[in-house]
Structures are given as C-alpha cells and as structure tokens.
Design a protein around this ligand. Structure first.
Ligand code: ADP
Ligand code: MG
Length: 327
C-alpha cells in the first residue's frame, strides 16, 4: 500500500515544474513575474468550474484539466491578449492519484501548447471545485473590448456554434445522437480550443469581441449593451457542424442561439475591413463566418434567410435565473 498523498506531495508531484519566464514559480509565498513593458497592459481573468454545475462527477480528469485552462484562455483570446501565466486554486474531495495524474496532464499539455506556465495556487479539501486565474499581455490601446461595436460593423463568429449544447442535450437525454455525432460533439463540449491565434490576429481590426460561453444571443447582448447599439443576426447564416445541420430548424436554432460552452469568438469589425478580417482569420488558421451586422437602433433582430423577422425566445444561461425553456 502506498502512503496517502499529502497536500504538499500532491502539489510537488503534479503541479510543480521548473519556472520558465517566471522569476519565482510554485513553492514560495507568492510567485514573482517580471513587470510587463510600460506600453503593455496586463490582462487578468478568473473562471471557476464546479462539479455538478459545470461538469459531471464522472468527467474524464484529463479532459477536465484541459477545459479548466481552456475556458480561461478563451477569455484572454476574447480580449486579444497573449497568454503569460496562470494560477490554480482547487478544492478536492480526496487526493486521488489517478485523477490528479489525468487532470494535471490535461491542464499542463494545453499550457505547453500555449507557452503559458502554472506559477502557483491553493489546494484544499472540499467539494470538487477548480478555479484558474490567467494572466496575459496586450499592447496599450489594442485590447478588444465589449464596448467598441459601432453601427455598420459586420458581426462575425469563429468556427461553428451549437455543438456543445447538442452534446449536452444528448447527455441529458433530450435527444439521442449516433456514435459518430457523439464523438464529434462531445469533444467540442469537453475539450474546447481557445481561439488565441484569432484574438491576436484581430488586434487593431475588430471593434468589439467576446467569447461565447452562455449562448450566442445572450453574449451578443453584452456587446450591444456595452456599446449602446443594436444588431441584426441572420439565424440561418450561423456556421453549423454536420451533426447540427441534421437537426430540425427549431432544435438547431436552440443549440446555436441559446447554447453555451462553445468558446468561439464573436466579434464586430467595420464592413470596410472585411478583406483584412478574412486575411487575419486565415493567418490564424481559424474559420470565420459573417452572421449579421450592428445597427443604430437598439435591440436584437433575428431574421431568416429570406429576411423575415423571427421570434427571439433564445435567452442564454444565467446561473441565478431558472433555466430558460426551449422555444
Ligand atoms: P500558503 O500557505 O502561503 O497559502 P500553500 O501552502 O497554500 O501556501 O501553497 C504552497 C505553494 O504551493 C505556494 O507557492 C502555492 O502557490 C503553491 N500551490 C498550492 N496549490 C497549488 C496548485 N493547485 N497548483 C499550483 N501551485 C499550487
Ligand atoms: Mg494556501
């Protein structure tokens, strides 16, 4: 029998690696980082994943490690920041070596891919709860804020949207997917890819941006309020995976307009910059689709391919409101 893992063994074994850019990493009272250059801004964001709320108790630990960092990197992508370092505060019901090995592998593999290091955190016993704080840098004046959208801007989204909601519906028994669609969409839900390269490529081009985590229309609402503008969205122009295209139009719209957890970037850019935006996305090797435009009139108008106005009953997810029912 191996001795039970203590808090410090656990940190040393699974979460400590030699510092790279950090002056001082895991192990002391604080981590130390060199201050950013005077013309750079530090971008800081936290996202917490709670068992039973954001992931199922039996979630694969490696995928969970990936997702815990991915959702945080997605916030850096959405503001156009370059990832620098992160901390991890976690509550765990027990020190389970198999779980820790998988979780730390998923977390640190994604960290390596984005050249970002874990510099510290906190570890305590409790219901499973995973909280990352990411740090990034963005040159002064180039951050992609929610408040910069202007009337006449095109509205764009990266990748495809709706797959994470499609996968969730399968897990919850709302509908059943065949084996092929399950593999494809569950991967989207469990292992989102933060759009860091696109966020960097859009610096100086996009007027406003955010990442879609609570539903496309709900998140678009944040841009509209912050920018004091309105928008028209072409529901049928939303980029959809093969699995989504096989759904009935009403289910497809539910997944695409109200579904969260896709972590795609939603952004606006002047219509005159259309070519430059497409070139930037190509440089970032990220597909993008124009899905509408920003209007002077406040509010959100949803139209179909024929330009007919659709009912907008697609609220997004709000942790403190009863869940919105499908239209
Ligand atoms: P303190 O008692 O000062 O809060 P801790 O004993 O909690 O420090 O942590 C010891 C060291 O381990 C600190 O450098 C802290 O940043 C780091 N640490 C704790 N938990 C984690 C974790 N989950 N991942 C990375 N580093 C961690
Ligand atoms: Mg501590």
């Amino acid at each position: 029998m191996t001795a039970p893992l203590g808090e410090f063994d656990l940190i040393a074994r699974y979460f400590t690696r030699p510092p790279r850019r950090a002056v001082l990493g895991v192990g002391d009272d604080c981590a130390l980082l060199a201050a950013p250059a005077p013309n750079e801004r530090l971008a800081i964001s936290s996202d917490m994943l709670v068992e039973g709320r954001h992931f199922f108790a039996d979630a694969d630990p490696e995928a969970l490690g990936h997702k815990t960092l991915a959702v945080n990197l997605s916030d850096l992508a959405a503001i156009g920041a370059k990832p620098l370092a992160f901390t991890l505060a976690m509550a765990l019901p027990e020190a389970d070596a198999r779980w820790l090995a998988g979780f730390s592998r998923g977390l640190l593999d994604l960290a390596d891919r984005h050249d970002i290091e874990l510099i510290g955190g906190d570890t305590t016993r409790g219901p499973r709860n995973l909280c990352v704080t990411v740090l990034g840098t963005v040159p002064q004046g180039l951050a992609l804020l929610r408040s910069g959208a202007r009337p006449g801007d095109d509205l764009w989204v990266s990748g495809t949207v709706g797959d994470a909601r499609l996968a969730l519906g399968h897990r919850l028994g709302e509908w059943a997917l065949d084996a092929h669609d399950q593999t494809a969409t569950l991967r989207r839900m469990d292992r989102p890819e933060p759009r860091i390269a696109l966020g960097l490529a859009l610096r100086g081009l996009a007027h406003a941006a955010l990442d879609v985590s609570d539903g496309l229309l709900a998140d678009l609402g944040h841009i509209l309020r912050a920018s004091a503008v309105g928008a028209t969205v072409e529901a049928d122009a939303l980029p959809a995976s093969e699995a989504l295209r096989a759904l009935t139009p009403s289910r497809r719209r539910l997944c695409q307009l109200a579904g969260g957890d896709d972590y795609e970037l939603l952004f606006t850019a002047p219509a005159t910059a259309c070519r430059a935006v497409e070139a930037a996305a190509a440089r970032a090797a990220t597909p993008i689709t124009r899905i509408g435009h920003i209007d002077v009139e406040p509010g959100l108008r949803l139209i179909d391919a024929q330009g007919r106005v659709l009912d907008n009953a697609y609220a997004g997810f709000d942790h403190f409101r009863p869940s919105s029912s499908p239209p």
